[in-house]
Ligand binder design. Structure first.
Ligand SMILES: *Cc1c(COP(=O)(O)O)cnc(C)c1O
Length: 830
């Protein structure tokens, strides 16, 4: 084994790097700056003087186009494959190579080879990042770990990740992802893992491969030198290919012959219990999640910990504490001209560096304040740890530190005097003094480990008008779509219904997400909604449910496809397109029992005649809508609708010389009648994890959360009344909180006078008196912890929207679309 270098590396000198990547050096002959940072993106220049910029070319862009920008930001050393023109005499050094990406990979391969530590390499179709982050969570108290930032797992991301290795690290955890044959070999040479984890093998990225087996063999390339491969056995194809590879394995499965035998899984919401056998011992553990993917990921981590020899009880304890992965950074406008970046889920050195990096990108010219909790990470002594934190603060030019916790004051000795600082023992202590800290026109990064509950700080720093928030969890929506997708036949298409501003959530944001989730069509109610999506850059085909003749010109201009439901409409469109010589693809709605809009069988002959005469209005699809797909009592009617629809479609198709797409099902229909999925389904409310029935129950995640905050708390004496009309009456002395949400936000008066309760501090607080226009009052007498500024949950995961819908005597659809436009939408990406 190589001896470890005496000093932490990097820095490398430019000359050394030129040698490692066999580059031709151009520029001032005696300049040889030291390099610490590697860059491939000119937007991310931070420490220009010590950075090396690789001009990498992809199919979309050529890195050479960004040399000037990087130069302007102070970078002076570049790896390029073509010397730029007109740079003679500039004080820049160019390292010329044939292939800049290969040079980056070569450099990181060299760097990796300097370290003899164990390295865990993770690949698979899903779960790579989660397994990596969770392994970090459970192993960080046992090892000093270097890991891939975020999901840096590509041909560029892996070299950049490996570059983070330093001589104090004891374990590396990196992920590798590929989309084409030939790529894994390169990643394997860079990572050279000693322990392999294969998370699973699904259909993602199938396109680049000729078969699943080819893809699998390619993935296994990563593991060619590992001492062990950890994976879930029991899939016949996987077991066979792995056996042929001759790799040593450590398996887990629900079959007894695995190294780790999972005997029983007891699924409960947010709390899955597992009984396992390992080397003759029985293990009991709980996983604080209840979706199948999370449980699979957690068991990978358990297996890895057992393989590494950690005591089972200790592992079980740490797995019970796993928290959702920490790539959730929320950016929003705060009070008094501040910008808030909220990352209140974990704190360790590496995620702090990532968050600081992001804050640095967003801060512009403004001051940067950091609210930071104790760093929950051991392995290094606390002094060493806080010295490293101080270095990060200097690097990212933090202007002010607000530390919270028992240990964080240790940083005081290492901070440069110019950095302002305040320390608090607890989050409560900080909240009590928050107003004195006078945040103005600055960027505030809020970064704390979960137990510190820093989300309360973020809420206090929001502007008053934004005290009521509708959070839309885009990751949950993506999860739900994947769940529906897995439930449907592989070749069934999906139309995402984003009418009414995507059920109140904001169309463009959701539509953008959908276009990344394999959705092939969008459905909107009106032409205006479609136009808005086009203006936001959405390129998916869009069906418009209610086109009006006055909007026909927008249809062509914005490439929107109308639904047609009457002969008169077909005639009008035929006329319009013929006179203009244009083509408009249409979607034909059939009435099979809803009695709302649509063609009847009696229209068929005339319809066929019109379509034959007007090939410039081709049918994109034919569809119908179920009237009671969620209702078991109406299943005979639903089946009857499907039969009528098929009948209509077949008669139409027989007369045309092409067959358009055929679709019938909405969300509840998908869950309950998969046999009618046909060519496409139309997914609406199910996307948000609502109104779920049938087999999909329990597998979807709710994705809406409406919350507000307490603006004031006051005692009310027995006999006094509360609010308009004196409808609330205090029988005894009470503590009443005023909350910043009223009927103008969409909280109906029906929710007043105790008919609905909000949730705070884990308890329910009923409304008191009438709901006002902009606020309402709740009784918090029984909640001693309630404070002004506290968040109050109106609905969300712990208080399902269905409860509010029941009070309104309506359905969740109406609750959602009734939330007014002034309620700020916040999009969460995990
Ligand atoms: C809204 C709508 C849907 C989606 O319905 P969900 O119950 O929300 O899934 C499907 N098809 C049509 C025609 C719709 O108008």
């Amino acid at each position: 084994m190589k001896s470890k270098p005496q000093t932490a590396r990097p820095p490398y000198s430019t000359g050394e790097i030129a040698e490692i990547i066999r580059a031709e050096k151009h520029g001032p002959p005696d300049a040889d700056p030291e390099i610490i940072y590697l860059l491939t993106d000119s937007r991310q220049v931070r420490f220009a003087g010590q950075s090396l910029f690789f001009a990498i070319s992809g199919p979309q862009h050529d890195g050479h186009a960004f040399l000037e920008e990087a130069y302007r930001k102070g970078v002076r050393v570049f790896v390029i494959s073509r010397l730029p023109e007109n740079w003679e005499g500039a004080d820049a050094i160019f390292l010329k190579v044939y292939d800049t990406l290969a040079a980056l990979q070569q450099l990181s391969r060299h760097h990796r080879a300097e370290f003899g530590i164990p390295v865990i390499g993770i690949t698979g179709s899903n779960g790579k990042t989660t397994v990596k982050e969770w392994l970090f969570q459970i192993l960080q108290e046992s090892y000093r770990i270097v890991r891939s930032p975020r999901s840096y797992n590509s041909q560029v991301g892996v070299p950049l990740s490996v570059w983070g290795m330093r001589d104090f690290h004891e374990l590396g955890i990196f992920e590798a992802g590929i989309s084409q044959p030939g790529e894994m070999q390169k990643l394997a040479a860079i990572l050279n893992p000693t322990i392999g984890i294969l998370t699973n093998i699904g259909s993602a990225h199938d396109a680049g491969f000729s078969s699943r087996e080819q893809k699998l063999r390619e993935k296994l390339q990563l593991f060619r030198n590992v001492e062990v491969l950890i994976y879930q056995s029991g899939l016949e194809e996987l077991d066979r290919v792995i056996a042929q590879s001759g790799l040593r394995t450590f398996t887990w499965s629900t079959h007894q012959d695995a190294d780790l035998y999972i005997r029983e899984i007891d699924w409960n919401p947010g709390d899955t219990r597992i009984t396992a056998h390992f080397r003759g011992e029985t293990l009991h553990l709980r996983i604080p999640f209840s979706d199948a993917a999370a449980v699979q990921n957690a068991i990978h981590c358990l297996a890895t910990g057992l393989y590494l020899g950690l005591p089972p009880e200790q592992l079980a304890g740490r797995i019970g504490q796993l928290s959702p992965i920490a790539m959730r950074l929320e950016l929003q406008d705060g009070r008094d001209g501040c910008t808030l970046i909220n990352d209140s889920y974990n704190s360790d050195l590496q995620s702090l560096a990532i968050a600081l990096d992001y804050a640095q990108q967003q801060r512009g010219e403004s001051q940067l304040s950091l609210i930071l909790s104790d760093i929950l990470q051991s392995g290094t002594g606390p002094k060493q740890l806080y010295r490293s934190v101080a270095e990060l603060l200097h690097q990212y030019r933090v202007d002010r530190l607000i530390g919270v916790g028992e240990k964080i004051h240790l940083i005081d000795d290492y901070l440069q005097p110019a950095i302002k600082r305040n320390f608090f023992k607890s989050t409560g202590g900080l909240l009590a003094e928050l107003d004195q800290l006078a945040f103005r026109n600055e960027t505030i990064l809020i970064k704390g480990a979960r137990p510190f509950a820093f989300e309360t700080i973020a809420l206090r720093l929001l502007p008053y008008t934004h005290r009521t928030l509708l959070e839309i969890n885009l990751s949950a929506i993506a999860h739900n779509i994947r769940t529906f997708n897995a439930f449907l036949n592989p070749d069934t298409r999906m139309m995402g219904m984003v009418k009414a501003a995507a059920y109140g959530s904001g169309s463009a944001e959701v539509a953008r997400l959908l276009s990344f989730q394999g959705i092939e069509y969008l459905g909107v109610a009106y032409v205006d909604e479609g136009v808005e999506l086009r203006k936001a850059g959405i390129t998916l085909p869009i069906m418009v449910l209610n086109p009006e003749p006055v909007t026909f010109s927008s249809l062509s201009e914005y490439d929107l496809e109308p639904e047609v439901y009457s002969l008169a409409q077909v005639q009008a469109l035929a006329q319009y397109t013929r006179t203009r010589g244009s083509v408009i693809r249409i979607h034909l709605k059939v009435d099979t029992g809803m009695r709302r809009l649509g063609f009847m069988p009696t229209d068929l002959d005339e319809l066929i005649r019109l379509l034959q005469e007007h090939p410039q209005i081709p049918l994109a699809s034919v569809f119908s809508h179920l009237a009671a797909s969620e209702d078991e009592g109406e299943d005979a009617f639903t089946r009857d609708q499907a039969m009528r629809f098929n009948d209509f479609y077949e008669r139409l198709c027989a007369a045309l010389d092409y067959c358009p797409l055929r679709h019938l099902l909405n969300s509840a229909g998908i869950a309950r009648f998969p046999q009618y999925q046909m060519d496409m389904v139309r997914l609406g409310i199910g996307m948000y994890g609502l109104e779920v029935c049938g087999e999909l129950q329990g597998r979807l995640r709710p994705s809406f959360r409406l919350s507000s905050r307490i603006s004031q708390i006051r005692p009310v004496l027995a006999g006094e009344t509360i609010g308009y009309g004196r409808r609330g009456r205090a029988e005894k002395d009470r503590k009443i909180a005023t909350v910043s949400i009223g009927y103008a936000d969409g909280l109906l008066r029906r929710a007043g006078n105790g008919r609905y309760s909000f949730r705070l501090h884990g308890k329910l607080a009923p409304t008191v008196g009438n709901i006002c226009m902009d606020m309402c009052m709740i009784d918090v007498t029984h909640i001693p912890d309630a404070r002004e500024g506290d968040e109050v949950l109106v609905f969300g995961e712990e208080l399902p929207i269905e409860r509010l819908a029941a009070v309104y005597e309506t359905i969740p659809y109406e609750v959602l679309t009734g939330i007014s436009g002034r309620v700020k939408r916040v999009y969460i990406m995990e």
